[in-house]
Ligand binder design. Structure first.
Ligand SMILES: [Cu+2]
Length: 129
């Protein structure tokens, strides 16, 4: 019985030590990786989206986290806007907006000017990886 308890204790201790070592090396690796990512990924991305009745020519925009993103909206037909949910960025009519993609994930964008029958179809996704 005592031997069994000792073995159990040893296994628990070994697990704790191993997991402590594991998390330590992760902590060490994480800042280095993110520092490398921010220097490497802090690129300037310029994206032009053309809008017409009733669609955007790009349904999916992909950027990397940390990128400085400039989105330009060009209306070739009708008058449309572009609003990115989650980033609270909006372009009304022709124009552009610049922001840092500091949040990863998928963010829906949509036309923000009531432009007519197909307004609700004017959507897309900004993907920040
Ligand atoms: Cu619209």
């Amino acid at each position: 019985m005592k031997k069994w308890l000792f073995t159990l204790g040893f296994v628990l201790a070994a697990t704790l030590i191993l997991s402590a070592c594991g998390s330590k090396s992760e902590d060490k690796a994480a800042p280095a990786a993110s520092a490398a990512a921010s220097t490497a990924a802090g690129a300037a991305k310029e994206i032009t989206i053309n809008a017409k009745n009733f669609e955007f020519d790009q349904k999916e925009i992909k950027v990397k986290k940390g990128d400085t993103v400039t989105i330009t909206l060009a209306n070739s037909q009708g008058n449309h806007g572009l609003k990115i949910e989650g980033y609270d960025k909006e372009i009304k009519g022709n124009g552009s907006v610049t922001f840092t993609a500091d949040k990863a994930g998928s963010f829906n964008f949509a036309c923000s000017i009531m432009c007519g029958q197909g307004h609700a179809k004017m959507t897309g996704t900004l993907i920040v990886e």
